[in-house]
Ligand binder design. Structure first.
Ligand SMILES: Cc1cc2nc3c(=O)[nH]c(=O)nc-3n(C[C@H](O)[C@H](O)[C@H](O)COP(=O)(O)O)c2cc1C
Length: 416
């Protein structure tokens, strides 16, 4: 018996044959255009993220979206109530179009580039802002949309009028069969099934689709449950597991279970094309298992995995909703604002505040100060070599991608 590798398989998506490796979306520009472009060039699927695109556009394309918004709401920065702070839909549309079109124009190779779109970015007008983001991404030529961080019960209805609705690839990320069933039922009216389903287990990075009892779940069980139900329903939709798939052999085990591809992210956080600054990447490399935790400081209410030494933990900065405000809910509030206001009231004379239970996620993700990561981040040190000064050498995305594609026998190839 020969040992199999990922390259023995192909992902078929609407007539296209792809290398069955998908690099997951990593918000606020951790999965950069450069990283997504490499995945596409190598024949797989890459993701850009639609999180906070106005500030991402300012950084890359010299626009002034954040400044403009801050100027408009400057009068409100000391106010504890942020409900008046709204996004200008035209600006969101412009920022999304800019990022997506610049990325798609640079695309080479046979692969595809999708955008990760999180429902939890409620932006003080959940439906309106999501509608603009999705439609603008379609306008700008994105190959596919991965619906994330939410159940997306009404999301397909927001784009069903778009000319590309039937031809763009659409996927949903779920962490249970139940979430998938709900999605299918509530979106069935549009007569459109998803083109792929990402099943994310509890070892993933970013927000988890579980409660603090996440450790009781495992990806293999979730995949088997969804696969069996799909068979029963005679539904043939590519299934893509994610979360803790660290080697090519891990991936092959899922392909043998019937997966159509795998979605991976953590290995790529230490690639040169990734958006994390070099000094932060060293923190990811250095981390040991006990340096990683799942906590509840995200104001979204979802548990989130991160390095315990993330500067975001315990920081008591004034909420920056006038500049950002991506997590304001439909009534203009956010769990961090409540926690911050409580601390201000408790310590009216304090020079520096600490807010332990929640964090200003917009600000800290934007500044790469919330070091969210997958469970196996502590194994990243085994994926590279060290420099003479002891630092770890970042890898090329191509090296990591090819290692997933060709490795056998649980091996991880070190760089030249
Ligand atoms: C740094 C980082 C940021 C992430 N950000 C997002 C995100 O913004 N949206 C999302 O749907 N998933 C996000 N994820 C989850 C990944 O897309 C992916 O599904 C998961 O991490 C795969 O597991 P792995 O990291 O063990 O390979 C993130 C993961 C990491 C490591």
């Amino acid at each position: 018996m020969t040992m199999k590798c990922v390259d023995d398989y192909r992902l078929n998506l609407g007539g296209s044959e792809l290398v069955p490796i998908m690099i997951g979306g990593m918000g606020v520009d951790i999965s950069t255009a450069e990283l997504a472009l490499e995945a596409a060039r190598l024949g797989g699927v890459g993701h850009i993220s639609d999180a906070m695109l106005p500030t991402v556009a300012d950084r890359h394309y010299d626009t002034k979206f954040v400044k403009t918004k801050l100027k408009q709401y400057k009068y409100n920065v000391a106010n504890t109530d942020k409900s008046e702070v709204k996004f200008n839909l035209g600006q969101i549309e412009e920022a999304t179009r800019l990022h997506v079109s610049r990325t798609m124009e640079a695309k080479q190779g046979e692969g595809m580039i999708f955008i990760n779109c999180m429902e939890k970015l409620t932006m003080n007008a959940p439906k309106e802002t999501l509608k603009v983001r999705l439609n603008a991404a379609l306008d700008a030529g994105i190959d596919g949309i991965t619906l994330a961080a939410g159940l997306h019960l009404g999301s397909l209805a927001l784009i069903e009028g778009h000319a590309r609705f039937r031809d763009v690839k659409i996927g949903i990320i779920v962490s249970s069969l139940r979430a998938l069933q709900l999605f299918l039922r509530k979106n069935s009216r549009t007569g459109r099934l998803p083109d792929y389903v990402v099943m994310e287990g509890p070892l993933a990075g970013g927000h988890l689709g579980f409660g603090m009892d996440w450790a009781q779940y495992n990806l293999v069980t979730i995949v088997a449950e969804i696969r069996n139900w799909m068979k029963e329903q005679q539904l043939d939709i590519p299934l893509i597991p994610a979360g803790g798939i660290f080697t090519g052999s891990d991936a092959v085990r899922f392909m043998e279970m019937g997966a159509a591809a795998v979605q991976v992210a953590t290995r790529f956080t230490v690639s040169r094309e990734c958006g994390l600054p070099a000094d932060v990447q060293q923190e990811y490399f250095k981390a040991s298992e006990t340096d990683i935790e799942v906590n509840t400081i995200s104001p979204t209410g979802y548990p989130m995995r991160m390095l315990k030494n993330s500067p975001a933990i315990g920081a008591g900065i004034r909420p920056n909703c006038e500049a950002f405000g991506y997590l304001l809910d439909s009534s203009g509030s956010c769990q961090y604002i409540e926690a911050y206001n409580r601390e201000v009231e408790l310590h009216p004379d304090a020079k520096k505040l600490h807010v332990m239970d929640k964090t200003c996620l917009c600000t800290h993700m934007r500044n790469f100060d919330c070091w969210t990561c997958g469970h196996y981040t502590y194994r990243l040190k085994d994926t590279t070599r060290r420099n003479d000064d002891g630092s770890y050498r970042p890898l090329s995305a191509e090296h990591i991608f090819r290692d997933y594609q060709f490795s056998i026998d649980n091996k991880i190839a070190l760089p030249e």
